[in-house]
Design a protein around this ligand. Structure first.
Ligand code: AMP
Ligand code: MG
Length: 419
């Protein structure tokens, strides 16, 4: 494991364990090993999987010269300045080529996508033609080669169409099918085990006694992991005691590539958690100069990567999206680009104190003039999970920022796009 040198943070100059967001990401990167095992999948099964090998085209696309219009296929050498007349000798439909010769002065009625007769190189739009029996008269300016899609103009045989490391989207499914490819070689799915810690937690279906709450983190984690197409192992709630925690961590690490826990990593949490993690592997406890999500434990337990996320429900989601998700994507074999950011004017005032980088929850919306604006979801407590539910973006606020007035341009990270 790479040596980890704690960096002092501007948030707390006394605190040698404090890191900023970028430093935490960089350290996580040093421990990531992409999965090497692979499998062959039928195309439909491959949605959301990561390609182990590039997709190379076994054919050229389009496979033959074809018409881009409904019209008449002809020899460009027959084009004359103002108008000219040709004799129609046959019809070519998509999938039903015209079989026969097309002599000079002849033409073939042709439909969009139909194969061009080999002698023809030009298509006249049907709107430019007056038909009289088998004789057609062409009006208007015509250019040699017009309205023809050439064989191989999209893709040449042997071209690499999708690189290794690409996660297959619905568009890719169609693209791969268009090449006649029925099976693809993808990375094995990442196996992720997770559990919640806390004596106060009950699972849905159980009744609540005084002081108890329902465990929500296992559900947000399940959802976020499923979106990454991970193979998930939900290990339930583990009480705050050493033996239970130790055996859960050992079992999780034995069965999964990645282990994620929530809760139990704050400063106030029992020291046995740290002791035990030191026995099981190499785990660092970080205080990240961010809000929410200040405490984070990260390292290895046996051969598994370990993320000990904070317990607060919003902190779980923010630390997952900012650290765990990019790490899992790299381990799955992807080369993820940083999520796109946008500069947008805020309609609301934003409260913040200098010191930590904040991921506040925001709502991007269009105002009555059709302009894109953002406003906060209101209360930003790290236990208010509803703020994530109503939000559609994070508002990113630098360490130094000490509050923002309405009308200021802010950086936002939208939650979702079309894929
Ligand atoms: P902890 O990090 O364990 O100190 O937890 C911080 C806060 O998050 C406490 O209020 C916990 O009750 C709450 N919390 C921890 N785990 C969960 C969970 N799985 N679901 C909902 N709330 C949780
Ligand atoms: Mg706890």
């Amino acid at each position: 494991m790479a040596e980890f040198t704690p960096q002092p943070s501007c948030a707390d100059p006394q605190d040698q364990q404090s890191l900023n967001v970028e430093q935490a990401r960089a350290h996580i990167d040093t421990l990531l090993l992409p999965i090497s095992s692979w499998q062959k999948l039928a195309l439909r099964e491959a949605l959301g999987h990561v390609l182990h090998q590039p997709i190379k085209s076994p054919i050229q696309v389009p496979p033959h010269n074809n018409s881009a219009m409904d019209g008449y296929a002809m020899h460009s050498s027959d084009i004359q300045a103002d108008s000219f007349t040709l004799t129609q000798v046959g019809i070519a439909y998509a999938g039903q080529p015209y079989i026969g010769q097309v002599a000079k002065g002849d033409c073939v009625r042709i439909m969009t996508g139909a194969m061009m007769p080999p002698e023809c190189d030009t298509v006249i739009m049907q709107e430019h033609v007056a038909v009289d029996g088998h004789s057609i008269t062409v009006h208007g300016t015509q250019n040699p080669g017009q309205n023809v899609r050439m064989a191989g103009e999209d893709i040449q045989q042997g071209d690499s169409v999708l690189p290794a490391g690409h996660r297959i989207t619905p568009a890719d499914m169609g693209l791969i099918a268009s090449l006649g490819i029925a099976e693809v070689i993808t990375k094995r799915r990442l196996r992720v085990a997770f559990f919640s810690t806390g004596d106060e937690l009950r699972s849905i279906g159980e009744s609540l006694e005084a002081g108890q709450i329902y465990d929500s983190n296992r559900y947000t984690l399940y959802g976020m992991l499923k979106r990454l197409d991970a193979d998930v192992l939900d290990m339930g709630v583990v009480p705050d005691n050493k033996a239970a925690l130790k055996s859960a961590l050992q079992q999780a690490a034995a069965e999964a590539d990645v282990v994620i826990t929530s809760g139990g990593v704050s400063v106030g949490d029992a020291d046995y958690v740290k002791e035990m993690l030191a026995e099981l592997g190499e785990v660092n406890f970080w205080k990240i100069a961010m809000k929410p999500g200040r405490p984070l434990a990260f390292g290895k337990i046996q051969d598994a990567l370990f993320f000990g996320l904070p317990g607060n429900p919003v902190s779980v989601m923010v630390t997952f999206y900012q650290f765990v998700q990019p790490a899992l994507r790299k381990m799955a074999g992807e080369n993820p680009q940083p999520l796109p950011l946008m500069q947008v004017q805020t309609e609301s005032a934003i409260r913040k104190r200098p010191g930590r980088f904040e991921f506040q929850r925001g709502i991007l919306f269009e105002n009555e003039r059709g302009e894109l604006k953002v406003r906060t979801t209101g209360q930003q407590g790290s236990g208010i999970l509803r703020s994530m539910s109503v939000a559609n973006c994070f508002i990113l606020l630098d360490e130094e920022c000490d509050g923002i007035n309405p009308g200021t341009i802010v950086t936002v990270q939208p939650f979702a796009g079309l894929v």
